[in-house]
Structures are given as C-alpha cells and as structure tokens.
Design a protein around this ligand. Structure first.
Ligand SMILES: [Zn+2]
Length: 467
C-alpha cells in the first residue's frame, strides 16, 4: 500500500490523503476544502489532485468543512463511490455541506454582479446546494469500532477522538500478499477535559500513523474556570450594567458548549433571571444533531441526563431561526445574552448584533473561540477602537472579553497523550499533517525527544510506500 499526501500539508485546511493498494485501487481519507488562503483558495479547491472517477471510496474523519467540504465537488466531477463516516458525522455533514453550498452560491452571486458590471463572463460556484444533496446520497454511516471491509485488501474502523460530535480516527488494516499492516489517521484530535465530548480513546497498535499537528508546538493556556468566568461576565454586564452580552460562536460545538455551561449554571440556581437567545438557524440545527448523539457525550454529561434530559435547553433560552425574529432582537432594551454565528464575527447574523451593540459601554462582547487574523473577532480581541462592519466604521465602546479554555483541538501534551497508547518500537513512521510549519517542526522535535523514531513532515504530492 502507498499513501500520497495531497492536502493539509503546508497548512491546516484542505485535508486529503490518497491510499493506493498494490492492485491499484484508490481510496481517499477526507476531502476537505482549503480555506482562508486568499486568491489561491478557489484554484486549490478546483484542482483535486486525483481523478474522482478512479476513487473507489472516501473515508471521512469528521464533519468540519476543512475535512469534508470538497466532497460535493468530488461527486460533481465523477466520483461514483460511497463516503463512510460515523452516524453523527453524517448528520453534521447534512447541515454543514448544505450551508457550505449556500455560502458558495451567495459568494459567487456577489462576485458575478461585479464581473458583469465590468463586462466579464459570470463564474460558476464550486458547487451548489443540489450538488451537496447529491453528495449526501453517497454517505454510509458506520458506527465507532465496527470493522468495515472496503475491499478484499482493506478494512477500517473508527475510534472516537472527541474533537467534535462524531469525530474519529480512522484505523486501517491492509492485508496484501498475506502481510498485515496497520495505519491510523488521527483526523483532528480533541482534548481530554472537553465539557461535552468523550476524551480521545486509545487506538490499536499501528505501523504507520498520520497525525494532526495543529497545536503541536504549543500548550493551551491553563484552563480558567469557564463556568465561573461566564457567570461573572453575565453578572457584570447584564445585572450591574444592565447591558447585553454578545457571543460570536461557531454553530457546531462552541454554541452548544456555551449553552451547556449556562444550563449547568441554571441547574445550580446560579444563573440570573434573563433572556438568552441563540440566533442562528444553523446553530439550531447543529444543536439537534448534538441531541441525537449522546453516545459521543462524556461520562459526566451522560450521568447528568437522568436529572436533566436536555442539556441544551432551559427556561428563558430561545433558539431563533426566523429572520424577522432575529431583527426583533435589536428592539429589545432589557439586558440579555445573544449567542450567534459566525464564531469569528465576520459572517452571518452576529455582524448585525455586533454593529448594534459595540457602541454602548454597557455591553460586552465575549470571544469564545479562535479568530483568524483580519477577522472582526480578531480585531475586537486585539483591542481595536474602531472596526469595519458592512463597510461602515464603528467605534468600539463595549467591553471585549475572551474565554480561552474552550479549544476543540488537542495541544502538544494532549497529542503526546493520544499517542501514548502505542508501543513506540512498533511504529515504523509517523507522518505529521494539518499544521503550520512551526507547529510541525516543534511537534516533530517533541516526538523525537520522547523516543519516537521516524517522524516525517510530508510535502504536498509526496508518496510513501508502506511496507
Ligand atoms: Zn476539525
């Protein structure tokens, strides 16, 4: 068997790795979108680096768009096989891929308006909602730990990595010419103290490991007590200053973590009486996906379901889907909390809420996740006194706070712990992907210090024989 690294080599997006059997059969691990790479992004996504019609099947680690987001383009261009993932990943892809298609469609409408004015031909979106729907028909959910045969020579099973709902490491067994080889692709690894999800579980001994390295070079800050910090912010903003607390949050993951923290505070009778709104149709749907998959919850949360069967709902919480209801939130004068997408504040309804609230010193913006440089969330976090929203300049008078402890990604010590279930002597090679150059180099040094022998940073397009 050979592995060829096609995506997520120089960057953290575009996850895509090709497996080739000795008989020439081809399988993909992930087929993600490149994101945030400026003008290059679109062209990178349109050049798949494989012939879609030659791919027998795709095995998908998790639903994040940088891992799943180019599947509709693969199907549109002739891929005829099945896409295997966990049941929760399928449910999450059902909403995220359609959302991704809507974004491509609306972006291209905007671009084409400007092109037409200049007399240029209109462009086509990478894929449409119809393409995403066609793609979803090819999904086949496979539960964790179930050994599934892709062909005579290859089988795999998923193990939980606790990164987002349904996220998995893919454990592949190849049996070619009576030689058995094991390969583990980590996907994205979660943390060992996640509020909602299971900790990453041990995986079977592998000969080869393809490991993510997003935070391979860093340790997350000491987790502050996020429950207490959130409560203090609510009291300060909504009770003492009678203002609004605005939280930009990713629809799948961070939104449910914040709601869960509020639910815990409510159950302890610590949450002041006030309205809380989750204003995003996608966040509402994502919460439904979470509710459907308690198998992914950690033991603490599972145990608490006996007393409180829905950890994502409580009195005074309202999920808002309708756009008119969303607009009505601007009229509300009383103190309240609004959680809305996107998490970086640069798209979706959160832009309206930020433009309406950041001019008032009684309000607080709570940044609860990673914000790429140049996004509105990053500007606010950096303390900019003026920001641009909808092409207008806004004075920032609201307070800006952050909760740093809610990362969905393992840091370098979590990544070491993830590998600690392995006998180092038996690992032939570890390949590092999904990290910026510094993270990969740092993680490689760390692994070598800890006695791992051959740690390779593959380049885009590089192939390795696994024997
Ligand atoms: Zn991810």
């Amino acid at each position: 068997m050979k592995i060829k690294f096609i995506g997520a080599t120089e960057t953290v997006t575009g996850s895509k790795h090709l497996l080739l059997t000795e008989k020439g059969k081809q399988f993909l691990l992930d087929c993600g979108l490149y994101q945030g790479l400026g003008k290059e992004t679109d062209s990178l996504n349109r050049h798949l680096g494989v012939n879609p019609s030659h791919i027998e099947a795709v095995v998908l680690s998790h639903a994040h768009i940088d891992h799943s987001g180019n599947l509709p383009f693969l199907v549109k261009n002739g891929f005829m096989g099945k896409i295997y993932c966990t049941p929760a990943t399928y449910d999450a892809c059902e909403i995220l891929l359609l959302d991704s298609a809507h974004i491509h469609e609306s972006d291209i409408r905007y671009i084409n308006k400007r092109r037409l004015k200049k007399g240029f031909d209109p462009l086509k979106p990478l894929y449409t909602s119809k393409d995403a729907e066609e793609c979803l028909k090819r999904f086949r959910p496979i539960p964790y730990h179930h050994e599934f045969h892709l062909c005579d020579e290859l089988s795999f099973h998923f193990t939980d990595v606790g990164h987002i709902i349904g996220s998995a490491a893919i454990n592949i067994t190849s049996n070619e010419e009576n030689k058995i080889l094991k390969l583990c692709f980590s996907g994205d690894v979660g943390r060992y103290n996640d509020l909602i999800l299971n900790a990453p579980e041990p995986f079977p001994q592998a000969d080869y490991i393809v490991c993510e390295s997003t935070y391979g070079n860093s340790i997350h800050e000491n987790p502050e007590n996020s429950e207490l910090k959130l409560l203090n912010l609510i009291i300060k903003t909504c009770i003492e200053k009678k203002g609004k607390l605005i939280v930009p949050a990713f629809s799948l993951g961070r939104t449910q973590e914040i709601v869960y923290l509020l639910n815990v505070l409510k159950n302890k009778n610590l949450l002041p009486k006030m309205k809380v709104f989750v204003d995003s149709p996608l966040s509402f749907k994502a919460t439904q996906v979470m509710r459907k998959h308690p198998e992914c919850f950690n033991e603490t949360l599972k145990a608490s379901l006996h007393q409180d069967p829905d950890p994502f709902d409580f009195e005074d919480l309202k999920y808002i889907e309708d756009v008119e209801d969303s607009k009505f939130l601007n009229e509300i004068q009383e103190p309240c909390m609004i959680i809305s997408a996107s998490g970086m504040g640069d798209a979706g309804r959160i832009k309206h809420h930020l433009s309406n609230t950041i001019g008032n010193p009684n309000n607080t913006v709570l940044i609860a996740g990673y914000c790429s440089p140049g996004t509105l969330g990053a500007d606010l976090l950096a303390g900019h006194k003026q920001v641009h929203i909808f092409g207008e300049v806004f004075e920032v008078k609201a307070e800006v706070e952050a909760i740093q402890s809610l990362s969905a990604h393992a840091d370098s010590s979590d990544l070491l712990r993830f590998l600690s279930c392995q006998n180092k002597e038996k690992i032939k090679k570890i390949f590092l992907v999904h990290g910026e150059a510094e993270s990969k180099l740092g993680y490689r040094s760390l692994l070598i210090q800890h006695g791992y022998r051959e740690v390779i940073i593959p380049e885009k397009g590089e192939s390795f024989l696994l024997s």
